[in-house]
Ligand binder design. Structure first.
Ligand code: TEU
Length: 523
């Protein structure tokens, strides 16, 4: 059930934390199936399902030991096939995470590769006698891991249990094509490609990834006949105006679009406590809108995912103005041009969680950071940084009710106060406001076919507009302080996360205006 790209409204599901149907403390496919009515009611029409494959779970499923097998705690292949057909019956497409850059060191390919230098699988991975460069792992330490068995180093851009595949080896590329084809034959509609820009490397460069064969490898994989109608989005931390053209130009048959991160990389690393300015976030989102409009490809619009702290806490106010913050950020997410990606729980306004001891954390990157920083500073401020930036924040079990349950990860610390059941019955329901935003996006072609223009960006607010034919919508997004409202003449209010519109904008107020009569520039 393919839609035009810009009609898609994605919802990212992190299976381990979404819904646990059998009480074993791990989310599962049957739990996802039970919540499809909730997702349909919300109005989304596409899901990105994070990894559920067989994995030792060192990096929460991004360390895959068998690309075709399902983690038994998450379900069976029958459950998977039932889930996909249930999504399709409800008009929802499903794309999967494709972790192409590395496998778990428990993968049979690596178990063979590490046996000996002349093993047929040796060159499935990247081995060197000595490290050829100073690359660092994203999780801390050198990216070159010494292996006693053969006295050589293998490359691991992430955990030492995640060995980088050698895409220069045509056998690896054929294997990965076969993985894509296996899941396409199961009926999935595309892929989110994990750190795709790392699959080609220039070992003489100080920077890992974005090697000379990157685009040929992607084209060889997704330029094939059976991939011509699928939706592909590359997680490309290196995405720029220049290379986005190469990734997303339709004639190049590489990707539908990319996740670019300029708007989220505002601070000095995830554990640096700094509330990035919403003005800068909006400025960078606006720039990327124009980059992708110039290319003629759909931008991705996102504020959260399974790696990012909750946006309400990170960019706005997660206490007094939590409802206003969550709904205003929802407006940024759903009314810009491109393909919006909600992350599970964003429609409820979940915040960061708070935990006092490192033993309550699970994430490999968080534990790596703690290991390096522990002892260098007082424990309290170290835990503050960890609570602020940890990838555990988006990975706590979704709080469907106020009752916490034993699970693979510590419970969400604000579950009693913030949970789905409570939100749905609240006068100020974030879910209900997201429904209105999605309904507006679906009703008005301005949002899926119209152009984007930024109108005004001040220290107090951001105004952008969407226009198509004679119709124009102005979206006013107020930052955290009360300020004088912009004058939007000759327009009616179609959506507002406060009860009224005054001379002053309220903190995190979102107002959507529809202009009356002909557009200014069309008279
Ligand atoms: O993320 C790539 C990545 O670098 C992120 O881990 C993020 O940039 C990092 O947390 C820096 O702060 C992808 C997946 O989304 C992530 O969950 C995996 O851990 C990683 O790749 C390895 O597969």
């Amino acid at each position: 059930m393919l839609k035009t790209d810009k009609e898609r409204i994605f919802y990212q599901i992190y299976p381990k934390s979404f819904c646990d149907s059998n009480g074993d403390g791990v989310g599962d496919f049957r739990g996802i199936i039970s919540k499809i009515p909730y997702l349909k009611e919300l109005g989304i029409n596409s899901v990105w399902i994070s990894p559920f494959f067989e994995s030792p779970g060192v990096d929460s499923g991004y360390d895959i030991s068998d690309y075709r097998a399902i983690d038994p705690q998450i379900g069976t292949m029958d459950d998977f096939e039932e889930m996909v057909s249930c999504f399709h019956e409800n008009g929802i497409d499903a794309i999967l995470d494709f972790v192409a850059n590395h496998t778990s060191t428990e993968h049979v390919w690596f178990k063979e590769s590490e046996k000996s230098k002349d093993n047929p699988f040796r060159n499935y991975y990247i081995w060197r006698k000595t490290p050829p460069n100073e690359w660092e792992s994203t999780f801390g330490g050198s990216a070159w891991e010494y292996d006693e068995k053969t006295g050589e180093y293998y490359l691991r851009s992430f955990a030492k249990e995640q060995a980088d595949l050698n895409w220069e080896n045509p056998k690896v590329r054929q294997e990965m094509q076969a993985v894509v084809d296996f899941w396409l034959e199961k009926g999935v509609n595309g892929f989110r490609c994990d750190v795709l820009d790392l699959i080609s490397k220039d070992f003489s460069s100080p920077i890992n990834g974005s090697g000379p064969q990157l685009h040929p490898y992607i084209r060889e994989l997704f330029g094939r006949e059976n991939c011509k109608n699928i939706f592909t989005v590359g997680e490309c931390w290196s995405a720029t105006k220049e290379n986005a053209q190469l990734f997303c130009d339709k004639n190049r048959k590489e990707l539908t679009t990319v996740f670019a991160f300029q708007h989220l990389c505002l601070d000095n690393g995830r554990f640096y406590i700094e509330k990035p300015s919403l003005k800068t976030v909006c400025e960078r989102m606006s720039k990327w809108q124009k980059v992708m409009a110039d290319i003629g490809a759909p931008a991705t619009v996102f504020l959260e995912n399974h790696d990012q702290a909750r946006s309400v806490s990170r960019f706005a106010d997660d206490t007094k103005y939590r409802f206003e913050s969550a709904t205003a950020l929802g407006g940024l997410l759903l009314l810009h041009d491109g393909v919006p990606f909600l992350y599970q729980g964003q429609e409820i306004g979940f915040t960061n969680s708070y935990h006092t001891d490192i033993s309550e954390f699970d994430d490999a990157e968080t534990l790596g950071y703690y290991g390096i920083e522990h002892g260098k500073t007082d424990e309290r401020s170290l835990m503050e940084k960890i609570n602020f930036g940890s990838r555990d924040n988006p990975r706590h079990m979704i709080a469907w009710t106020a009752e916490t349950q034993e699970a693979w990860i510590a419970p969400y610390s604000r579950q009693k106060e913030i949970n789905v059941e409570k939100d749905l019955s609240s006068e100020k329901s974030v879910y209900a406001f997201y429904q209105s935003l999605i309904a507006l996006r679906k009703k008005e072609k301005c949002f899926t076919e119209g152009e984007f223009q930024d109108v005004e960006l001040t220290d107090g607010y951001y105004v952008f507009k969407r226009a198509l034919g004679e119709k124009e919508f102005f979206i006013v997004f107020a930052f955290g302080k009360e300020c004088v409202a912009p004058k939007i003449q000759n327009a009616k209010v179609v959506l507002n996360n406060y009860n009224d519109v005054g001379k002053m904008l309220q903190p995190y107020q979102l107002i959507v205006y529809q202009k009356k009569g002909k557009r200014e520039d069309e008279k």
